[in-house]
Write a protein that binds this ligand. Structure first.
Ligand SMILES: Cc1ncc(COP(=O)(O)O)c(C=O)c1O
Length: 250
């Protein structure tokens, strides 16, 4: 904290390393110092985590991801007490724009109805795929808040009431070309950015990623961020197994 700190913003689980910030602990620090806490809840979704109940003043949700859930609309939401949201309405919306298009709003409202059902499946399948990846000798590391071995597993258990979300990260014991070769052999999981869609998506963050220095040691050497979709978990596991049989190792 600095004397002029007005707002702390955290993203938990974080993109792309799925690190966990302790929302209740950080809110105490923020409030003891006269600052607000804002939490980007996109990776968890409101089904798994409710930052407001843990002391956050503002919750940010990318509606583009789990809340819409079908990868076909873009939107965002800021939630909090009326006096804070009124400032966004009267200042940010007027000066910066950010009003959602009606068609996107309609798609998102339609998708949001099934959020709890979809999240239950994302949580369950991601846990299965993460546990499977952990057993493979070709896998350098797996990061998923639902694994006992995750550094912040206890904090995640405390604040993510219904599950740990559908995003995980992992790296292979190979180089840049080996990672890309693995992705090119996948047939069910699609090589694309974004997350929270019905289909599983994988993106490679290479060792030349400019933010590597922020990620921590295990992530150096390149890794994947995977958003586990709504396919049967066994199909995803088979897809990974088949790609590992065919990819070009170092
Ligand atoms: C944690 C998080 N918050 C917000 C966003 C922004 O989402 P949008 O695509 O709706 O602008 C992203 C995009 O990847 C994200 O990962």
């Amino acid at each position: 904290m600095k004397t002029n700190t007005r707002l702390i913003h955290v993203e938990t689980p974080s993109n792309p390393t799925v690190k966990i910030s302790d929302i209740a602990a950080i809110s105490e620090i923020a409030h003891a110092n006269g600052a607000l806490l804002s939490v980007d809840n996109t990776f968890a979704s409101p089904y798994n985590q409710r930052p407001y109940e843990l002391g956050a003043d503002l919750t940010i949700e990318s509606l583009t991801k789990y809340i819409n859930g079908h990868g076909d609309a873009m939107g965002g939401a800021a939630l909090g007490k009326k006096e804070l949201i009124d400032q966004i309405r009267s200042q940010a919306m007027v000066n910066l724009g950010g009003a959602i298009s009606p068609f996107n709003a309609w798609l998102i409202m339609r998708g949001a109805v099934t959020l709890p059902l979809r999240m239950r499946q994302h949580n369950e399948s991601a846990q299965k795929v993460a546990a499977f990846l952990q057993t493979l000798p070709q896998v350098r590391f797996v990061a998923y808040p639902g694994l006992y071995g995750h550094k912040n597993h206890e904090t995640a258990q405390r604040q993510m009431q219904n599950g740990f979300g559908g995003v995980l990260a992992f790296g292979l014991n190979t180089d840049h070309d080996g990672h890309n070769s693995f992705v090119s052999k996948l047939r069910v999981i699609t090589n694309a950015v974004s997350l929270g869609h019905d289909e599983s998506l994988i993106v490679f963050l290479g060792e030349n990623d400019e933010r590597q220095y922020l990620y921590g040691d295990e992530f150096r050497g390149g890794f994947f961020r995977v958003s586990i979709g709504l396919e049967d978990a066994e199909d995803l596991i088979s897809d990974i197994k088949n790609a590992l049989l065919a990819y070009k190792t170092v």
